[in-house]
Write a protein that binds this ligand. Structure first.
Ligand SMILES: C[S@@+](CC[C@H](N)C(=O)[O-])C[C@H]1O[C@@H](n2cnc3c(N)ncnc32)[C@H](O)[C@@H]1O
Length: 384
């Protein structure tokens, strides 16, 4: 990511001030704090200000070098150790008392975050370790908005454009959660709580599936659901991602109902929402069912992914996958990358397997394969 991306994060004042307040509340004098994804170091500085005796500020992105310059300029150098690397590869010399992490997708929990949390629970278990954020609450609300529905169905009910019917494409689109700003006045009822997650304890993904029930006051066309999480950063300090809030990075999701679901005044509207649970307990595709009387709309993210049966068979346990030529080349490059060979010798090794490559092509392919793919060895930045 660019320095401008990280600098722009600093303009998310609501989010940043909330984290600063939470760190003031949670960090005790002498605490050791692990910050995962420090960016330009913002929360590492706040943790140091709050009295931490040691802060491990980790980021896999090279931006951590810029954070180190900021530390030098602002006299934080003695309490913060900058580490370039990715958790869970990075190992700390000692246990942490507080863990700060906030690089979430808009659904909060995907497989990446799930496995990172599992690693953190194994290493830095509660109650000895406190987490910021401490908890998340998932919310859902029915949405009635022609304009949001137009986002997913721009060609109207007939789905005709250029003399061609596109309804097969629409079937995929309406099963995809859409990250979009939902205006608060698009909500057809008050938000209902769905589920809760405590960051310090092992994640039970099945418990994130929940049901909400409303009685609508007037005849309504329900175009979908708004789905989001709020964070409890520390006791009494929350950050909302709901429609109309200004949280910063994560935003909320629109889960379409197509065609729109007509709900009569006084009728009950029921929504069941949550992720599938994969083998091993990780979260899978998001699914939602919206019911009013006998009418029902279902959405499931799996149905939004263009794939042929052959694609699915290739990744099933019985499948026999074949690598593309490009991926075979990448596999050779990764195999030769053993921490001892230079880039030039990896390129020479690649040409031994693929003699048709010119030296320049081999070098380019090595560069492209290794860029952002291989782990930069976790490295403690030396001195201030
Ligand atoms: C959205 S940025 C936030 C940066 C900073 N916390 C802020 O508020 O400005 C998230 C950062 O987390 C880093 N990150 C995400 N997962 C990580 C992991 N497992 N290990 C190290 N860094 C990670 C990314 O590289 C990125 O720089």
């Amino acid at each position: 990511m660019s320095a401008k991306y990280y600098r722009n994060l600093l303009t998310q004042q609501t989010r940043i001030e909330a984290f600063r307040a939470a760190l003031r509340r949670v960090v005790r004098p002498g605490d050791r704090v692990l910050e995962i994804g420090t960016g330009v170091g913002t929360f590492a500085f706040f943790a140091a200000d709050a009295g931490a005796s040691r802060v491990w500020a980790v980021d896999g992105d090279p931006i951590v070098h810029v954070a180190k310059s900021v530390a030098r300029r602002n006299d934080y150098a003695d309490r913060i150790e900058w580490i370039r690397g990715w958790l869970p590869d990075v190992q700390l010399p000692e246990p942490a008392d507080v863990v700060v992490f906030e690089d979430f997708p808009s659904r909060l929990l995907d497989t990446r975050v799930f496995h990172l949390l599992a690693h953190l629970h194994a290493r830095y278990a509660a109650p000895a370790c406190r987490f910021v954020p401490a908890a998340a609450r998932f919310w859902v609300a029915p949405v009635s908005s022609e304009s949001l529905h137009t986002e997913i169905a721009p060609f109207g009910p007939s789905e005709q454009a250029y003399g061609i019917r596109w309804d097969c494409v629409r079937e995929y689109v309406v099963n995809a959660p859409l990250q979009v700003a939902i205006p608060p006045d698009a909500l057809a009822a008050l938000p209902a709580p769905l589920a809760e997650l405590q960051f310090a304890t092992p994640t039970n993904v099945a418990a994130l599936r929940g049901r909400a029930v409303w009685t609508l006051e007037r005849d309504t066309a329900v175009h979908g659901l708004a789905y989001w999480f709020d964070l409890e950063l520390a006791e009494g300090i929350t950050l909302s991602n709901g429609p109309g809030a200004d949280p910063g990075s994560w935003g909320h999701l629109f889960l379409p109902c197509d065609p729109p679901l007509p709900v009569a005044a006084g009728a009950r509207l029921i929504a069941d929402v949550g992720p599938d649970v994969l083998a091993g307990g990780a979260p899978g595709w998001l699914g939602w069912t919206v019911t009013a009387g006998t009418a029902e709309r279902r959405g499931h993210e799996f149905a939004s992914v263009p794939a042929a049966l052959a694609d699915l068979a290739a990744v099933s346990p019985e499948g026999t996958p074949h690598l593309s030529r490009r991926t075979q080349i990448e596999a050779v490059v990764l195999h030769l990358t053993d921490g001892r060979r230079t880039v030039a010798s990896i390129a020479a090794g690649l040409r031994a397997s693929y003699p048709e490559l010119t030296p320049d092509e081999a070098l380019r392919l090595v560069g492209e394969t290794l860029r952002n793919r291989t782990a930069t060895p976790a490295r403690r930045e030396d001195g201030p």
